[in-house]
Design a protein. Structure first.
Length: 330
């Protein structure tokens, strides 16, 4: 004869099995109903940059395809950590998502107490973009190629000042990689972004700035700076005549700022899958492609799993750079 306790345990076990069996259907129904209200995209950077541009262009398309308002919420500050922290702590319900750039996979090694982890605190949605970096030099320097510029730096170490966009930026990491690959002495000079760094480069107070193509291409095309290399393994369509650093002897050199959309950890997989499908569809639209490519943004796309793999790979790469450069976390 079953005791009351035994019958209770059996009923509880049956109820748990029933809930587990129903979970896929519940998740599917939840995704089918999603969204029923506005979606917020957190951008951990000021307006006007690559991730802000993508958030706004793609957000407009999501508003149409999902039938709900999409609000872009810029949360700059603390090397992009402020907005990323807000995203990590948001409710995992699909109504707060975010887009991150290159610093997302670098800051883990530069700050001791982030409060979030680039892998564990988020659900990758989709890898959206890659932005090549351009080696832009003061045009009065007598160098037309990267090897010539390296030779000039070695002959003029007191003038070999390299601008960066500050701690944790892809520009700083690219400059550190360049320092190690070239074996040239150089002084890295931090600025608060491209708009602050450009005046000194244009005036010759710094010799080089490895900047995003979206930020520097107008100065290149205007003849105000000279582009001598791009940082990625392949040439960029925006500046097809500029060879890569790898082509010019820095074998294996590959630096860029990339990123994509994330959701807080625990966001239902069905909602992540729905957002992935909608964003991938938006990235294929001709008007979206033309707007982003005009800004020097190379469009990507793919599955959440592919984006997760990229994050893991980038963490390994940048961790090695930080360690070899001897950079100490704050």
């Amino acid at each position: 004869m079953q005791t009351t306790s035994t019958r209770f345990k059996a009923l509880a076990h049956t109820a748990v099995l029933a809930l587990l069996a129903a979970a896929p259907q519940l998740a599917s129904a939840q995704a089918a109903a999603y969204p029923t209200r506005a979606i917020k995209i957190i951008v951990p950077a000021p307006p006007g940059g690559a991730i802000d541009t993508i958030a706004r262009v793609v957000g407009d398309k999501l508003a149409t395809s999902l039938g709900q308002a999409v609000i872009v919420d810029n949360r700059p500050g603390a090397s992009n950590n402020l907005g990323t922290d807000v995203l990590a702590k948001a409710a995992p319900d699909g109504y707060t998502i975010g887009i991150v750039g290159g610093s997302h996979n670098i800051n883990k090694y530069l700050f001791k107490n982030l409060g979030w982890d680039p892998e564990k605190s988020f659900e990758p949605i989709v890898y959206t973009h890659e932005v090549p970096l351009v080696f832009a030099i003061y045009p009065q320097i007598p160098a037309k190629t990267l090897p010539e510029f390296i030779a000039w730096m070695k002959a003029n170490p007191d003038q070999a000042k390299v601008a960066t966009s500050g701690r944790g930026s892809a520009q700083e990491m690219a400059a550190e990689m360049f320092r190690m690959a070239s074996s040239a002495q150089m002084l890295l000079v931090p600025y608060k972004g491209s708009s602050a760094a450009h005046p000194d480069l244009l005036a010759g107070r710094t010799a080089l700035y490895i900047d995003t193509i979206s930020a520097i291409q107008a100065q290149v095309k205007g003849g105000n700076v000279r582009a001598i290399a791009v940082s990625t393994r392949k040439r960029t369509a925006a500046l097809p005549d500029v060879p890569t650093a790898d082509e010019q002897g820095l074998k294996g050199y590959d630096a860029n700022t990339n990123g994509g959309f994330l959701a807080p950890a625990g966001t239902p997989k069905a909602i992540v899958a729905k957002l992935n499908a909608e964003i991938n569809a938006a990235l294929k639209l001709p008007d979206v492609r033309s707007k982003l490519e005009a800004a020097g943004i190379e469009i990507q796309g793919g599955t959440p799993q592919e984006y997760a793999a990229l994050i893991k790979s980038d963490l390994l790469k940048w961790g090695k750079v930080v360690k070899e450069a001897g950079i100490q976390p704050e």
